[in-house]
Design a protein around this ligand. Structure first.
Ligand code: ADP
Length: 616
């Protein structure tokens, strides 16, 4: 299922039509059996009251046969449901997870984790479950309708009472569905929040403890759970009030029907058998209204789950990455920014401003839309060129835009204006394959997968030889550590590489990137967690890559970029200066100061870590 943004529930209905049709047919057969059983029972009562005992017993035996057949149909229905519901659910989970990869980084930055977890993991199951429920209800409605028509045909007054009750209940149900929809949406939103918060708490458990955030986080989760509790409480109360009204009307109608039956019996307008049929089927009226009411609730559930799931494909709230069709066999690694403009954007669900005068009711009906609510401009007309196989560094104060440049080069974010060119081709025209193959990015906080060291490396190049792996480990200064492990390269590193230190994670991520042999390798503060020895070692590896790939480095430590061919000094989204390390050191005061402060800090560190007094 790969058709970009057009996946809807119809795709799955089409793909699994055999199973779905089979399920619906079996359900209809069950409904048919139900009606047959009711009518045959009525017939047997009729015969027995007319003293035709033999015929009465014959009908009862036929009913027994129907019971057996009905049981078989039930079992077959259950089997078909289990088989196809699991297939459809996992298919949807798989497609949605795949779609999630297509979304751009801005979309991720603008949504909570829980939003995706709900949509990908839980909504498909809910959708299939509610769909099956809906088919169940429809069959129940068919059964009840047939029985009610049968009872109404037996006597018109009975029919009129049923009709009047149905009308009253219809309005109650309308109100119920409206309230249900509002409550359900609120519950889902709160649920998303809880999911996000729980994920955050689990992920940042150490940070929470280390800065004593337990109370604050408990407060936050308490408040989220309180909201959840309140929404659920309100839903329960609303449901109780509405179903009390509905049940009361149905109960009054049931007794009314029986009183009417007695009156009609007294006036000899119906037979005793008819009275018995009305009596034994008066629950059918209740069932009918219950099913009709639940049908609309079910439809709302399906609609909400479907809107949320298929919203991932709509390219409105969830924007997909876009790629071109220019395939470059070999990327040389030239990068150029031409008048690039970029702003981080924030979006929220906001009700649209009403055009002209509208009533309160109309205003209430306006649906919130995904709206741009804030912009943080980082670059306006940024220009620079990086020649192939050169090593270039970006330095500057925190927040000056270094990481944003890297995100634009790797097309995690798309420029709002101007052009980002790779080998003189606009990055937007390149195929996904060209881009991914030619650029490797080592993040500040790399994600390490819950697998062995070797498996983590093979993710970057599945057919890497042992020699290639060893070279990558060596060049990332990770080989010595791996050699100390009992299971060596086959050691499991835990979820997000929890069993590794920050520096070890960075070295593994660097080895992973080196293995890919890309034309452009980007290091985003990727040596920040390393000690001085490891940094020196990585610096040495990066130096070894010099001239073989285009290397782009964002580094806090100016000492790590001493050998860069060119350094861009950024301030507030602008290139303030550029040149070699020595040039900048000589002419740029701020750069000079940054380097001196860094060295001073290093010296202090050396002093603090020295057990023996230094000899001067
Ligand atoms: P640096 O890497 O130099 O520290 P960044 O490129 O990360 O700087 O950030 C540049 C500016 O963009 C900063 O003002 C930062 O606050 C802002 N910024 C970074 N990421 C986001 C984001 N996802 N949403 C909004 N603003 C952001």
């Amino acid at each position: 299922m790969d058709n970009k943004n057009t996946v809807t529930i119809k795709n799955y209905l089409k793909k699994y039509k055999v199973g779905i049709i089979l399920y619906v047919v079996l359900q209809m057969l069950s409904a048919g059996m139900e009606v047959a059983i009711t009518l045959l029972l009525a017939e047997s009562i009729e015969k027995i009251t007319l003293a035709q005992y033999k015929n009465g017993i014959m009908f009862l035996l036929i009913v027994l046969g129907c019971y057996v057949l009905r049981r078989l149909i039930y079992n077959l229905t259950d089997y078909v449901f289990s088989k196809y519901s699991n297939k459809i659910t996992s298919d949807m989970n798989f497609d949605l997870a795949k779609q999630a990869f297509k979304l751009n980084s801005e979309t991720y930055a603008n949504h909570e984790t829980g939003t995706f977890v709900q949509r990908i993991v839980y909504d498909p199951e809910r959708l299939v479950f509610e769909f099956a429920n809906m088919v169940n209800l429809i069959t129940s409605i068919i059964t009840s309708t047939t029985i009610m028509i049968y009872v109404s045909v037996l006597n018109i007054y009975i029919g009129l009472i049923i009709f009047a009750v149905l009308i009253v209940c219809f309005f109650i149900e309308r109100k119920r569905v409206k309230t249900f929809k509002q409550n359900r949406q609120k519950t889902r939103q709160v649920n998303d929040r809880i999911n996000t918060l729980t994920t955050e708490i689990v992920r940042s458990e150490k940070d929470i403890k280390s800065i004593g955030l337990e109370d604050k986080l408990s407060e936050l989760s308490n408040s989220a759970y309180t909201k959840y509790r309140d929404v659920r409480y309100k839903t329960a109360i609303d449901n109780m009030l509405i179903s009390t009204a509905r049940n009361f009307i149905v109960e009054v109608a049931k007794i009314g029907l029986l009183i009417l039956g007695v009156v009609l019996l007294d006036k000899a307008l119906i037979t005793f058998a008819t009275f018995m049929i009305v009596y034994s089927n008066s629950d059918g009226l209740y069932n009918f209204i219950y099913c009709i009411g639940n049908l609309s609730t079910q439809a709302v559930e399906i609609k909400i789950a479907a809107e949320r799931m298929f919203g991932l494909y709509d390219n409105k709230e969830f924007i997909c990455e876009k790629f071109g069709d220019v395939n470059l066999e070999h990327v040389k690694g030239k990068i150029e920014f031409k008048n690039v403009c970029y702003a981080y954007k924030e979006y929220e669900m906001v009700k649209p401003e009403s055009k002209g005068k509208i009533t309160k009711k109309q205003a209430k009906k306006l649906k919130p839309v995904w709206t741009l609510t804030n912009k943080n401009t980082v670059f306006e007309n940024l220009n620079f060129t990086i020649e192939p196989n050169t090593t270039v560094a970006f330095v500057g104060r925190s927040g000056s835009g270094k990481s944003t440049i890297l995100n634009l080069i790797s097309k995690m974010y798309e420029a709002d204006g101007g052009e980002v060119l790779i080998d003189d081709v606009n990055i937007n025209l390149l195929t996904k394959q060209t881009l991914r193959k030619s650029i490797s990015l080592v993040n500040q906080f790399p994600y390490i997968f819950d697998a062995t060291i070797k498996e983590n490396l093979l993710l970057a190049k599945k057919d890497a030889t042992d020699e290639e792996i060893n070279t990558a480990l060596k060049n990332a200064a990770f080989d010595e550590f791996v050699a100390t492990l009992k299971n060596g390269i086959n050691t499991k590193v835990g979820e997000s590489g929890i069993k590794l230190s920050g520096g070890q994670k960075q070295r593994l991520a660097i080895a992973r990137a080196l293995l890919r042999n890309s034309s452009i390798i980007i290091f985003d503060e990727s040596t920040s967690s390393l000690d001085n020895f490891a940094q020196e070692s990585i610096k040495h590896s990066i130096d070894k890559l010099k001239g073989k790939s285009t290397i782009i480095i964002v580094a806090h430590r100016l000492s790590t970029i001493k050998n860069a061919d060119k350094i861009y000094f950024l301030d507030n989204g602008k290139i303030e200066d550029s040149g070699t390390f020595d040039e900048l050191f000589k002419r740029n005061k701020v750069f000079n100061q940054m380097f001196l402060v860094e060295n001073l800090a290093d010296e202090t560190e050396v002093l603090n870590n020295t057990t023996q007094p230094l000899q001067y």
